[in-house]
Design a protein around this ligand. Sequence first.
Ligand code: PMP
Length: 427
Amino acid sequence: MTRKSEIIFNEANKYIPNGVSSPMRTFSLVGGDPIILESAKGTKIIDVDGREYTDFLSGFGAIFLGHSREEISQAVAAQLDKGLVVGLSTEIEKELARKIVESTPAIDKLRFVVSGSEAVMTALRIARAYTDRKYFVRFVGSYHGHADALLAQPGGNVAVAVKGTTNGVAENNVIMCEYNNSEQLRQIFEERGHEIAAVIVEPFATNMGFVKPHANFHQDIRQLCTDYGSLFIFDEVVTGFRFRFGGVSALLGVDPDLTTFGKIIGGGAPVGAYGGKEKFMKLVEIGNKVFQSGTFAGNPITMAAGNAALDLMAKPGFYEAMDEKGALLEKEIKQNFEKYDIPFHFTRFGALSGIAFRRSAADMQNYSDVKQQEYEIYKNVHLAMREKGFLMAPSLEEPIFLNDAHTNDDIIRFAEALAVSIAEQIK
Ligand code: PMP
């Protein structure tokens, strides 16, 4: 019998390229039929055919408090009665900005936009306008959204999704550097430092699985940017509010010039934000150099959801509990890997983690390491996990996203199923 998912997906293909509004949803990297969502609650996702999954994708990291979290739904419902988009400012917009600014020392002011892509695009625009320079440095394998400049020389999932690298992309003023390679970055600055407007980096590389920075990596970037008058942009679209209440920069002792946010701060509603030091943020003020606007920027629904989410996350013990979930996942995965003789390496920071699907006990350092993984194994593991009722990312180059709704039982069952699925593949 043809599944309802399949029928809807085939119909969608008539109206939407590939039937999806974002390429990863085709599951083309891992195979398997598309999942058409019926509803999601807590950690459970139900598709239109009634199949249930325990979710470890968490809306690509945007869902941090579980699906359909009551407090967030109520805040959104209350706002619905007061108006959707009215083209005016609201108090809840000021409140959400206040919470972010007060919790993130690197930020004096910020503005909301509608996606992480827009936040990054605008941060880069500010850096170019402030320095009057064209070039910026990005790290191989990184992803910072789909703004033109940021798509030049894409890695990973983007490179798979499109043929060629810069089709339709207006300008290519990017200089690529290897992640975690301070020496290479130093050479780049020695040769071209006075042309470089900015360096953009993720605190942890979360778009090539999960790769941690070397001890001094961010400090080295900070120093080079200071020495050459370039701006240091910290892309916290994934990491913001994930490890502490605020940007992770404060935890890592890093002082970026501009920071971008997305995902978590919108409580599951569409969001992006960019912020930083007053002297840079001044550039978007009326009559100054940089333009940014948006019909839906700071929209009341997102602001209501974001405030409700942040209020839950501000409660004492919230981040300790998230870390405990991460620690449980680590313990269970490591135990099971030993039990089933799996030679893969698990890496974690707080509630974010990743598995290197390569037969090595070493942490991955950069995109060359990422590419050494056994992509075919992940593909089959992803499908086996779906059969067992677990949803993982449709790509090896995404982390495992825990959220507040995950119970110990979810985590223990997931770790066991994952080890069994991998063991079946590597025998
Ligand atoms: N920066 C990073 C680090 C991201 O991971 C993403 C999306 N996953 C973006 C920017 C773009 O955000 P959005 O999808 O909201 O445009």
